[in-house]
Structures are given as C-alpha cells and as structure tokens.
Design a protein around this ligand. Structure first.
Ligand SMILES: Nc1ncnc2c1ncn2[C@@H]1O[C@H](COP(=O)(O)OP(=O)(O)OP(=O)(O)O)[C@@H](O)[C@H]1O
Ligand SMILES: [Mg+2]
Length: 302
C-alpha cells in the first residue's frame, strides 16, 4: 500500500512521500527502429541523470526522441545499446517505482474521477480504507472533490490533467515521469497548471522528470534543464535553473536569471532546429551556413 503521508483530519497533511525518492541514470543509450536499410536511429549515445528529489525538465525539438526515451525509462521498450538504472539497478521492465503520465489523456472515459484515481490500488487488489482515504485526500488536493462522480468527458481539459496527476500520485512512485502532460491546453489553463503542478512538486519533492517542447514551461518548472539535440536525440547541454521556490509566474518571468536561462536555452534549441531545417535541401544548408556565419560575427540573439 502507498505510503504518502496524509491525515484527513489534520490540516498539516502533506504529500511528502515516505518511500525514498529514486534516481535514474541513463548511460550511452541508443535506440533504433527497423532493420537494414530501413534502420532509423532515434536516440544516439545519450547520457544523463534524473537526480533524486529534483525536478528535471527535458526540452527538445518535436520528433527528437523524447517520448522514445520515456518509453525506455518506463521499461516498455529496451535500449538498442547502453544502460538505464534506477537507484543503481538496471531497469528491466515496467514497475511501480516509476510512473508515467503520457502526453495523451489516459483516463478511462467509462470511469468516474474517483474510480480513475482508485484504478492503481484496485488493480493491485488494494481497495483498502487507507487507499480510499488517500483518494479522497488527493481529490481535495487537486480541487476535484465536487467532481468525484463525474466522467472524464464532463471535465475541462485542465481538470482532466489534474485528475491524471492524482491518479499517478496515489501510487506514490519513486520517480514521476511526465510526457508533455499539458500539451493541447489553452494558454491560461496551461499557466494555471504550471503553478499548480510546481506547488505539488514543492510540497512532495519527489523525483520528477518532465518532458516538454515549451521553453516557458521548462524554465518555470525546472531545477535542472536538459537541452536535447535534433534527432537522433542526445543531451546537448544541462542548465541549472537556480530560481527560488516557491515559484510564481509573475516573479519568474520578471527575473533577470530566468531571462538569461531562456536566452541560453533558445540559442541552443535554435541551432538544433536549424540543423533539422538544413537536412532538407542544398538551399536550406546554404541558408543555415550563411546564418551561422552572421551569428558568429554578431553573437547570439543579435
Ligand atoms: N516504434 C517506432 N518505429 C519507428 N519509428 C519510430 C517509432 N517510435 C518513434 N519513432 C520515430 O522516432 C522519432 C522520434 O519520435 P518521438 O515520439 O520519440 O519524438 P518526440 O521528441 O517525443 O516528439 P514530440 O515532441 O512531437 O512528441 C520520430 O521520427 C518517430 O517517427
Ligand atoms: Mg513526444
């Protein structure tokens, strides 16, 4: 049974997990699909660490292999070469120490919000009073108590994402892995979700790995930012996002440091996007070379 500390009668109820937060190391991982002439290398010699008790955000161009990496971390697929370990032990398949929230909604449309949240414990045969209390606590935490008997199509996009967070958190994983969980939400709902999710993280401090293509989302959330290359994906740079917590949108986007990080990250991402553009034709390659010469003379962002 899950060990998140909670006490419904106590206003100091906390999301701090009692199981230890995990750490994942990815070492020289490559992943290819297909065979022979049709081989496609999606991830190439990729290494990084998802540090314990930190929120690591990976940002990279669309199609650079982020979701592929997530499937490898989740244990749904195996790397072609290289190794992935959690707390020093090789990942051999899916396990409840890691939990993935996917970029597409995974709520079951035929189940109420409450039943969706209780899915994990019930699937393990743990429909206990403790699990039911925890589901109630999490419903409150994600602001969906009044919607506990509604079905997913009766919830707004933001509510559905909050229900998914609760559905993941009830399993108290050592590492939460989120693949663009707010993709497709409108700007306002997205920004609300950033503050909301940052608050949940700040309260629990479990290890989180969050993948996105949105630079503002990445900087607002991250303790550490991993910048990906274009496909085949590899971590090109790591930036420590040393902004104070708790984070508030207005404060972060006024901050000089946040803007420095954004400029640095965007210049790297821009270079990667240009490489993918250059892959297309001779004219595009010439354009990128000319652009790079100009950038060398004037400096990034000029
Ligand atoms: N099972 C597969 N077989 C063949 N190619 C695949 C497979 N899975 C992924 N790919 C290819 O790998 C590449 C990277 O896909 P992936 O979904 O990992 O990218 P992504 O970075 O998550 O993109 P997005 O930001 O758009 O979600 C794509 O070109 C995709 O077509
Ligand atoms: Mg993806």
């Amino acid at each position: 049974m899950t060990n998140i500390s909670h006490d419904l009668s106590d206003s100091s109820a906390s999301l701090r997990p009692q199981v230890s937060a995990g750490e994942i190391t990815v070492s020289n991982v490559s992943k290819s699909y297909g065979a022979g002439l049709f081989t496609k290398e999606v991830v190439k010699d990729c290494s990084f660490t998802i540090e314990r008790n930190k929120l690591t955000v990976m940002i990279g161009p669309s199609g650079c292999g982020k979701s592929t990496l997530i499937r490898l971390l989740a244990g749904f697929e195996k790397p072609t070469t290289g190794s992935i370990k959690i707390n020093g032990k090789p990942i051999t398949g899916p396990d409840r120490d890691r939990l993935v929230v996917f970029q597409e909604s995974a709520l079951f449309p035929w189940m109420t919000t409450y039943d969706n949240i209780m899915y994990g414990p019930r699937a393990r045969g743990e429909d206990t009073q403790q699990a039911r209390d925890l589901a109630k606590f999490l419903l409150e935490k994600v602001g969906l108590t009044a919607f506990r008997n509604k079905y997913p199509p009766q919830l707004s996009g933001g509510m559905q994402r909050r229900a998914e967070l609760a559905r993941a958190m009830i399993n108290d994983p050592e590492v939460m892995i989120l693949d663009e969980p707010f993709r497709g939400l409108d700007c306002m709902s997205k920004e609300l979700m950033w503050e909301y999710y940052a608050g949940l993280y700040e309260e629990s401090r479990r290890t989180n790995f969050f993948v996105t293509t949105d630079i503002d989302e990445a900087i607002f959330l991250a303790d550490r930012l991993l910048i990906m290359t274009n496909i085949p994906g590899q971590v090109r740079a790591t930036i420590e996002v040393d902004l104070p917590r708790p984070r508030r949108l207005a404060f972060v986007f006024d901050s000089k440091r946040a803007n420095e990080v954004k400029t640095e990250a965007l210049s790297l991402l821009h270079e990667e996007a240009m490489k993918s553009f250059a892959g297309g034709s001779k004219a595009a390659t010439d354009f990128v070379e000319a652009y790079s010469r100009r950038a060398d003379k004037t400096g990034p962002g000029s």
